[in-house]
Design a protein around this ligand. Structure first.
Ligand SMILES: [Fe+2]
Ligand SMILES: [Fe+2]
Length: 196
């Protein structure tokens, strides 16, 4: 495990330089907000700070890539061809992880996994994946009804914040009548549904 000082002076600088040049200023602002929230949560819940920071800095690296880039990457990296039926929302995490490995030299599987599940969540999520998932939702630039409740929950109980976010995201998607990625349902069943 790399120590923070060494990371801050080397890898973090490299990631900032690369990612900043690859996304819009507004998205860069969001990414810095996610890093801030991810570091706060990581300290609170004893998650490695280097992993939390790097996952946050790279998580939306691929968000502005064209559909063609993702469709090609699905073939190149032999990902599930079913993915081609989805859109940027799903691709930028699952497919984006491969572009991040390639372009940003991220080899840490735990970081790549956190990126893969940062939009949809997953049945099982490591503490690092939970930190990124929640930080993406509550970072300081976010403004939506319920965000303060999510922020409070995140301070008290990380898994409760994962459940809150999952429930509200799913409700939002249903309201919009958009297709639900099956993994999002799995996340809901695992983190929210009460089994009696
Ligand atoms: Fe994202
Ligand atoms: Fe994000």
């Amino acid at each position: 495990m790399t120590n923070w000082q060494e990371y801050e002076q080397t890898t973090r600088r490299f990631l900032i330089e690369q990612v900043k040049a690859h996304v819009s200023p507004k998205r860069w602002q969001h990414i810095l907000g996610v890093e801030e929230s991810a570091l706060e949560l990581a300290k609170r819940y004893q998650v490695d700070l280097v992993q939390a920071s790097s996952a946050a800095l790279v998580h939306d690296y691929a968000k502005e890539c064209s559909d063609e880039v993702f469709l090609e990457a699905i073939d190149t990296y032999q990902l599930d061809p079913e993915l081609k039926q989805w859109t940027n929302e799903i691709w930028h995490g699952i497919v984006g992880a491969e572009l991040i490995r390639r372009d940003l030299k991220i080899e840490d599987e735990a970081v790549l996994e956190a990126v893969r599940v940062h939009t949809t969540g997953a049945k099982e999520m490591s503490p690092l994946s939970q930190v990124l998932y929640v930080a993406d939702y509550i970072e300081p630039n976010r403004q939506f009804p319920g965000v303060n409740e999510a922020r409070e929950l995140a301070k008290q109980d990380l898994t409760a914040a994962v459940a809150y976010e999952t429930k509200h995201t799913l409700a939002f998607l249903i309201q919009k009548e958009v297709p639900i990625y099956p993994k999002t349902i799995e996340t809901y069943n695992s983190w929210v549904a009460k089994r009696t």
